[in-house]
Design a binder for this molecule. Structure first.
Ligand code: TEU
Length: 567
């Protein structure tokens, strides 16, 4: 099978507002990122995916773009961005742009023109539809509920028209059936490629195609509404739009990663087949929201889940992508911190965190690390909802109150699920404000109080730290053809609370064992006919007599399986 450079990448995701503030305004920026390139180079990553940095009124922290061609002044200048590309390039690191084209900002000139003349050419860039009037009040064109809560339709003042927004009100959906709109987007993407960006992360990309006629569906909750996903998630025709986009812009050799929920089974080949996919990869989200009761995404409506479920979802995703490619990840700017999300209380320590690292970095696919994951940053508990910033957090809090929960209960849901959990400032050192901004500045979101114990500087000086472990695993992966390109086969599949697999390439095999248990256990090696030669173990050694492995709490090990003659 053909090999691509992006299969060897290790991607680091940056949330620019929270990474490093260079000018003391309390908000991270591009010169701040540039100033930390040595840290990123030492970590070993090869690509930086930047969450959106283009001009935006920040209704959804940059995921509402008002000018696709320029850097928002909060983050710096266009020249700062050019310099970042250049400086990163010197260190063998490429920049990946976040392309947000399911919607733009309500401040974008296209949308302003559309409001002025809904029947005109720009009106056709959006979904603008007539509502009805019942008992003197306007009723939206259908019963879709936006991902962030409430109707997905916003009335256009002074008219009986509404516009569609799957996300916040400030994020009107773009109409991909309009060829003029498509041409504008392709040209914009090509301008970024000419500037030297080396990849695209495609935001909310499975929602571009809407169901013909935008029909209502039976309500999925007491509000009489239904999640927008019924009428928008991976609808027939989406793949044709994406093929056109690929052929008109990035092609096959540049790293592209789709945030493509709802793509499953046989469709994987069309989307991410190594032969002819529309993207290099999509994120493997198969197990990241096991605690959410699909499909309404209400944070108060969670469920318990098991490691068995997690591993079956993960193996399932791999089984449907044998001729394709995934991006593996545990965290991002929309998810809680992985230590809090995937580990029980007793496993939230170095062993649990380092086990998660191996789980993410040694699977088949291109790994993504979210800023702070490598030092073990944790969820935050802010005193009240007013201290939160995220639009979806505020909406979910409101939804919980409306469902009858008390403020104390509602804030507990926020603690577990808020997107601000992963958006707190990066913890660089143990000085005031964790070195993220000037000591006297108030950062845009509070610094986690644990920064004196968890920070990059202290961990960089400690060979036994989580950061050191990440560096070590990244180095191993970069030098291992098996880890980069090998197949993945489940192992010990029936063992509860154990995730294990083999990575296989040209007859050579590695065994990975991840013990999601808090007690010591014996694992019989009767099915393994070869000897194990240790490559990495978060306890520093491997306990085995050749017939059994003794696994310690949250142990993670990787060993080469060698025949007698090779030992
Ligand atoms: O998220 C897309 C998405 O589907 C969200 O519903 C996501 O599951 C949710 O935010 C979790 O609470 C992307 C971006 O990653 C997100 O930050 C943006 O808010 C969203 O698109 C709109 O651009």
């Amino acid at each position: 099978m053909k090999r691509f450079k992006w299969q060897e990448d290790i991607v680091y995701q940056i949330y620019p507002r929270s990474f490093m503030d260079s000018n003391g305004d309390g908000m991270g920026d591009i010169p701040g990122i540039t100033s930390k390139l040595d840290y990123l180079e030492a970590l070993g990553v090869t690509k930086l995916w930047l969450c959106p940095v283009c001009c935006s009124p920040m209704a959804d922290n940059g995921y509402d773009i008002s000018d696709y061609d320029h850097i928002d002044p909060v983050f710096g200048t266009d020249e700062d961005f050019d310099r970042l590309i250049l400086e990163a390039g010197k260190r063998g690191i490429g920049i990946v742009m976040d392309i947000v084209v399911n919607h733009c900002s309500s401040e974008h000139r296209w949308f302003r023109n559309a409001l002025e003349d809904p029947e005109g050419p720009y009106g056709k860039y959006f979904y603008i539809r007539r509502g009805t009037v019942e008992h003197g009040s306007p009723v939206p064109p259908n019963n879709w509920r936006s991902f962030f809560g409430g109707s997905a339709w916003e009335p256009i003042p002074g008219t009986d028209l509404f516009y569609l927004h799957l996300f916040a009100k400030g994020q009107p959906d773009l109409n991909w059936e309009n060829q003029n709109l498509r041409e504008e987007i392709y040209a914009m993407m090509n301008r970024w490629l000419v500037k030297g960006v080396q990849g695209f992360r495609m935001d909310a990309i499975s929602y571009l195609q809407k169901e013909e006629g935008l029909p209502s569906y039976p309500a999925d909750a007491d509000d009489g509404l239904v999640s927008v996903k019924y009428g928008t998630l991976n609808k027939p025709g989406l793949i044709d739009i994406l093929r056109e986009m690929r052929d008109r812009t990035y092609g096959r050799d540049i790293l592209t990663v789709g945030e493509a929920m709802g793509v499953t089974g046989e469709e994987m080949t069309d989307f991410i087949g190594l032969e002819d996919g529309v993207f290099s990869m999509i994120f493997d989200f198969s197990f990241n929201e096991l605690n959410v009761k699909a499909p309404n995404y209400f944070w108060y409506d969670t469920r318990s889940w098991s490691i068995g479920e997690l591993k079956e979802k993960m193996f399932g995703a791999h089984e449907s992508t044998r001729d394709a490619w995934l991006g593996t990840c545990l965290e991002c700017h929309d998810q809680p911190r992985s230590i809090d999300h995937y580990l029980p209380e007793e496993g939230r320590n170095f062993y649990g965190a380092s086990m998660l690292a191996m789980f993410n970095l040694f699977r088949r696919g291109t790994p993504y690390i979210y800023q702070g994951e490598e030092i073990g940053m944790r969820n935050i508990r802010l005193a009240s909802i007013e201290e939160y910033d995220d639009v979806s957090t505020k909406n979910q809090y409101q939804i919980a109150l409306e469902a009858g929960y008390s403020p104390e209960e509602a804030i507990e849901f926020v603690y577990g699920m808020s997107r601000d959990n992963s958006r707190t400032p990066f913890q660089w050192n143990h000085s005031a404000n964790a070195g993220f901004t000037n000591p006297e500045t108030v950062p845009w979101l509070p610094v986690h109080p644990n920064y004196t114990e968890i920070n990059a500087e202290d961990e960089a000086a400690d060979p036994a730290s989580l950061l050191a472990w990440y560096r070590c695993l990244i180095e191993i992966r970069k030098n291992s053809e098996i880890l980069k390109f090998g197949d993945l086969e489940p192992e010990f599949r029936d063992e509860e609370d154990l995730v294990s697999f083999r990575r296989i390439l040209d007859g050579r095999e590695l065994l990975v064992v991840l013990c999601w248990r808090n007690c010591e256990t014996e694992l019989a090696l009767s099915g393994i006919k070869k000897k194990l030669r240790l490559i990495a173990d978060n306890y520093g050694d491997m306990k085995t007599d050749g017939k059994r492995l003794i696994l310690r709490p949250y142990e993670a090990l990787c060993a080469e399986m060698v025949s007698e003659g090779d030992v």
